[in-house]
Design a protein around this ligand. Structure first.
Ligand SMILES: [Fe+2]
Ligand SMILES: [Fe+2]
Length: 454
């Protein structure tokens, strides 16, 4: 915790600054009314450690306080950083200056600068003591890396966290099912232990890279890890470890598609395995999208070798991420303006669907190492250039890869619904030929027909 010495007498200013320092850096603030008290405070605290920051008025109640205090600090062995509110001239030590009247945003910036706190340190300060992680993410693990808690919420009381599994305890799927059957969705870990848990998830994801398996197993393993990766990225945000888990997910998908385990000749087998898979619709349509995009790109004559590989990698990222904010199947299934308008949605669901392309594009921009251009395809994946809502019809003014994705996604949704629609791949493509008349869209349909040999 940061400690701050504030030299001030105006009650309103004290309230505003103490509130800001608490919100910004969780500081414990000592307030003194003048120079002598400030000197005594600093002298008394020399043994225990000086405050992390001193904030003082240049002139307080018509007394030039800052100059005297800077002089005093100059003579100390341990010199805390000083912020002066108002104009003062002093040479000998560096200090930070604010104008006499300042905005709270300026104050906040100068506090961060004076304390040299990084964004990461600020995030850590604001992290709640416990972090929730979906119980479903723990399937496939068998040992606790740290203590695991459940949260008990009571009206008018702070949440309580009760330890249910101890560090080193073994558990299995039956244990997890027992908690889920009680209606629990999340386990909690101490936020300080989060990196231990995430590393274990990462190890689990990495293990998949070595697993040689047939299509059905691959779909099964991929389904679990896909959901873990999406959930962690969404809930915990972009960090080194969540990015490593996402990258591993992408690598597993890429390996499966490039190694030939899943290839055009066993498309039927893949479809059967996906339909039989207990994972969510989001995973099924994303895996199918990744498969179809990566097998169609080589037929699009958009360059060879490295360029082709880079386009495939982009489309796998887009397939993985594009609907990440839509957790419910009914929302993922909305794929056209008419479906969006007809579906009965709550105002929150409506907003989520309307802005999800825009939102995920912004998320992609904050992710390091993501291939260039992925954010654009994500933003355009429902046909609008700003990522808001759904396009009225096919538009030619989108990126080529976005057009490919839109066409393939239309096919994917219809294929996964074939039991309702009673349309096979050939009939779906015929219908799409009628719906898409622009050459750039027809080219993708032709490539798909060629790949599927229909
Ligand atoms: Fe989608
Ligand atoms: Fe979408």
């Amino acid at each position: 915790m940061f400690t701050v010495l504030l030299v001030e007498t105006n009650g309103a200013v004290i309230d505003a600054l103490v509130k800001q320092l608490d919100e910004q850096i969780k500081a414990q603030v000592s307030v003194v009314p003048g120079l002598d008290q400030a000197k005594s405070f600093l002298t008394e605290n020399q043994g225990k450690g000086v405050p992390d920051l001193v904030i003082v008025r240049a002139v307080l109640d018509e007394v030039p306080v800052a100059h005297g205090l800077l002089n005093f600090v100059y003579e100390q062995l341990n010199r805390p950083p000083v912020i002066v509110m108002g104009n003062v001239e002093f040479s000998g030590i560096e200090f930070n200056c604010l104008p006499d009247r300042f905005k709270i945003s300026e104050f906040s910036k100068i506090v961060t600068k004076a304390l040299h706190v990084s964004r990461k340190e600020l995030e850590a300060l604001h992290r709640p003591p416990y972090t929730g992680i979906s119980i479903k993410n723990f399937y496939g693990m068998d040992k606790c890396e740290c203590d695991v808690f459940i949260r008990i919420s009571k009206k008018n009381c702070d949440d309580q966290y009760v330890k249910r599994l101890h560090t080193g305890d073994n558990f299995d799927a039956v244990t997890l099912q027992k908690y889920e059957s009680m209606g629990l969705l999340e386990f909690y870990v101490r936020s300080d232990d989060l990196s231990l848990v995430l590393s274990a998830f990462e190890q689990k994801a990495l293990k998949q890279l070595d697993e040689k398996c047939v299509v059905a197993e691959l779909v099964q393993i991929g389904s679990h890890q896909f959901e873990v990766g999406q959930d962690l990225l969404l809930k915990l945000g972009v960090s080194d470890v969540t990015m490593r888990i996402v990258d591993t997910n992408i690598k597993v998908m890429t390996n499966a598609l490039v190694s030939g385990v899943v290839a055009p000749h066993n498309f039927g087998e893949l479809l059967k395995a996906l339909l039989a898979n207990k994972g969510g619709y989001n995973y099924k349509h994303s895996f199918l999208l990744a498969f179809l995009c990566s097998t169609i790109i080589p037929k699009m004559e958009w360059g060879k070798n490295d360029q082709m590989k880079s386009n495939i990698e982009k489309m796998i990222y887009v397939s993985f991420m594009h609907d990440i904010h839509l957790q419910e199947e009914k929302l993922v299934r909305i794929h056209s303006k008419s479906a969006f308008e007809m579906m009965a949605l709550t105002p929150q669901e409506h907003e989520l669907v309307e802005y999800h392309a825009n939102k995920v594009s912004t998320l992609a921009l904050s992710m390091p190492r993501i291939p260039a251009g992925v954010d654009i395809i994500l933003r355009q994946h429902h046909g609008t250039t700003n990522g808001v809502g759904f396009a009225d019809g096919a538009s030619g003014s989108l990126s080529g890869l976005a057009i490919l994705f839109i066409v393939v996604e239309t096919f994917t949704h219809m294929l996964l619904d074939f039991q309702v629609l009673q349309l096979g791949p050939k009939a779906i493509l015929k219908k799409m030929e009628r719906d898409y008349t622009l050459a750039s869209y027809r080219k993708v349909i032709d490539a798909m027909a060629e790949m599927l040999k229909v």
